[in-house]
Design a protein. Structure first.
Length: 188
């Protein structure tokens, strides 16, 4: 497993240089002890992962809590976690690179705070890349809370015939994923 740093890239291939085709992107977080109703009287911290497919600079499709799969069926959101409670990944998106529509060249993974909490209210946030057997290949840990309501965690993108992943970890001011589409342009 590789621990990625912000801006670091990896090729999506096995140790034998065979291209990976089926991926699991797991995102996890814990809320700060004083966040949410019991700590502050505010609603619980509800983070949502979204995968946005781009063809060039144009949005092609997205998978998120209320649109679980892209039209081509390549990118699937496995369900919404409203609190971040529990061990392991809180939300997971699967990607079958062999099924990604040919014009799609980038898939951006972002996390947004549905209730509008800044990411200073979370801890232990991470994005991990695993194969279809859930063998972890890489992990990007977000250190220090961000004073924004969203974060662009990572992207996977075509590089000729291969796919690569880049850790991003950049904050964006957005609560609803569909409101973030313009804010994602600098990451393409």
């Amino acid at each position: 497993m590789i621990e990625l740093t912000k801006g670091q890239e990896i090729v999506l291939a096995t140790e034998d240089d065979e291209p990976l085709t089926r991926l699991r992107i797991g995102l996890g977080w814990d809320k700060e002890r004083t966040a949410g109703f019991i700590g502050s009287g505010a609603p619980d911290v509800d983070l949502d992962v979204t995968a946005v497919q781009f063809a060039g600079r144009q949005v092609f499709d997205l998978a998120m809590y209320n649109n679980l799969a892209t039209r081509d069926g390549s990118t699937v959101h496995l369900g919404d976690n409203l609190t971040g409670r529990g061990e392991g990944d809180d939300e997971v998106v699967t990607v079958d690179l062999g099924r990604v529509y040919g014009r799609v060249d980038t898939i951006v993974f972002m996390v947004t705070s549905y209730q509008g909490h800044t990411l200073e209210w979370i801890r232990n946030a991470y994005c991990r890349l695993a194969d279809d057997q859930d063998h972890e290949l890489a992990r990007f840990t977000l250190t220090g809370g961000l004073p924004t309501t969203g974060v662009v965690m990572a992207k996977i993108f075509r590089d000729g015939e291969t796919w690569r992943m880049r850790a991003l970890g950049e904050g964006i001011a957005v609560k609803i994923p569909t409101d973030a589409l313009d804010a994602l342009q600098p990451f393409l």
